[in-house]
Design a protein around this ligand. Sequence first.
Ligand SMILES: *[C@@H]1O[C@H](CO)[C@@H](O)[C@H](O)[C@H]1NC(C)=O
Ligand SMILES: *[C@@H]1O[C@H](CO)[C@@H](O)[C@H](O)[C@H]1NC(C)=O
Ligand SMILES: *[C@@H]1O[C@H](CO)[C@@H](O)[C@H](O)[C@H]1NC(C)=O
Ligand SMILES: *[C@@H]1O[C@H](CO)[C@@H](O)[C@H](O)[C@H]1NC(C)=O
Length: 398
Amino acid sequence: MAATDAAALNIALLLLTFSVKNSDQKCFVAKNQHKNYCDSLDDLYNNNDLLKDVTITERDNTPNLEEFKAVPLEVAQNIERLQLRSVINKVNEDAFVNFTSIQFLTLFKNKLDEIPVGIFRNLNVRILDFYQNGIGRLSPGAFVNLTKMEEIRFPFNNLTKITFNIFNNLTTKGLVLSNNQISKIEKFSFGNMPNLKKLFLDNNLLTEFIAQENLHHPEVLEKLWLHSNRLTEVTVYMLEGLTNLKVLNLGFNSISSIEPKAFAETPKLQILVLTHNSLKVISGNILPTTGLDELQILYLDHNRLTYLSSNFFFRLNALRLASIGGNPWQCPCLDLVLRWLYDNGVKLNCDKAYLNGERPVCVVPDVNNVCVYSYDENHYQRFQSQISLYPPPPWCIL
Ligand SMILES: *[C@@H]1O[C@H](CO)[C@@H](O)[C@H](O)[C@H]1NC(C)=O
Ligand SMILES: *[C@@H]1O[C@H](CO)[C@@H](O)[C@H](O)[C@H]1NC(C)=O
Ligand SMILES: *[C@@H]1O[C@H](CO)[C@@H](O)[C@H](O)[C@H]1NC(C)=O
Ligand SMILES: *[C@@H]1O[C@H](CO)[C@@H](O)[C@H](O)[C@H]1NC(C)=O
């Protein structure tokens, strides 16, 4: 008991010291965490006694950004994980040369315009995470000779263009470029990346993506996120060669057409997201003739579908989860869709508000109560005029 109390007091005192303004406390160690928290860069530069895991974070939630200066070898060489949180506004090309053991480097909400050439040259770093640092430019060769690199993440920055001399030749498995303002990807920007399995390009300004032009090894890619861009169509060319792709997210674009056989070269797809687009018609001819036998999850909600042709579902033998709400279904066609889903044990996801009567789910035809297999703009307008009276649909986690 007494020992525990003493320990608790000890922690409390440490915490107290840590939170004192301008404290002299150098790099607080949290109990039970083998980790240093430093509240200024000076504490890092002058501390020879650090653990392998070090976080430098802003003092009192007030960012005090300064240049990241030379770190003596004696300090840097043992650090394996370094996090810099809202503390730096400039890094030099040689900033990390003394971090000879570093494996994980995280820069979180700093202010950096660009990443200089060769800054990580010859380091053993495995994961680079640069979250929201205002980075607008990556110098060509910024990531040269990083043979141990497994994942590079640049989410929530200000990249506008990806050139072929930035990521080319890297052996990383994952590349995250989500939430930037990328509108252009140069030819073979992801060339010679023989291990690239995961590519996240969502929440950018892309109007096209062409696997054959962007990747030398499209057959390696397993996960491709392209949601929340400005894509308008899915072409054969776009997905050609992605023979091992398992997850494809194309939601929240402006896709209004899918070319016949567009998915012919993605037989391994397990999850396909087409949520929130402008698709009026979708039919079996976009799928491989033998079907997508591994597709388990399909999101089709919030498009302009009024019917589904009968040859579509027949090519999706493994389907077990789907979303269909927010489409201007003709009621008789919706009945057919629901019956097929029910008969085949496919559960609906994300469609609750539609199916339990909280939101309009279909349009009753004027005359015959039969499904008409053609798109009719008036029909869509009628649905739209009703649905626009409702608040935006509930967010559904993809
Ligand atoms: C690397 O460490 C050496 C020895 O401590 C030091 O003199 C030098 O300034 C450091 N360089 C950088 C770029 O951190
Ligand atoms: C990359 O590594 C190769 C082979 O080790 C070396 O010849 C080349 O100079 C390095 N390039 C840079 C920019 O460090
Ligand atoms: C940079 O991107 C962030 C969000 O990722 C955005 O809030 C900010 O306005 C952008 N800055 C510039 C200069 O575009
Ligand atoms: C990639 O590697 C090839 C072959 O080694 C080389 O010719 C090319 O210049 C490299 N590209 C970049 C951008 O480093």
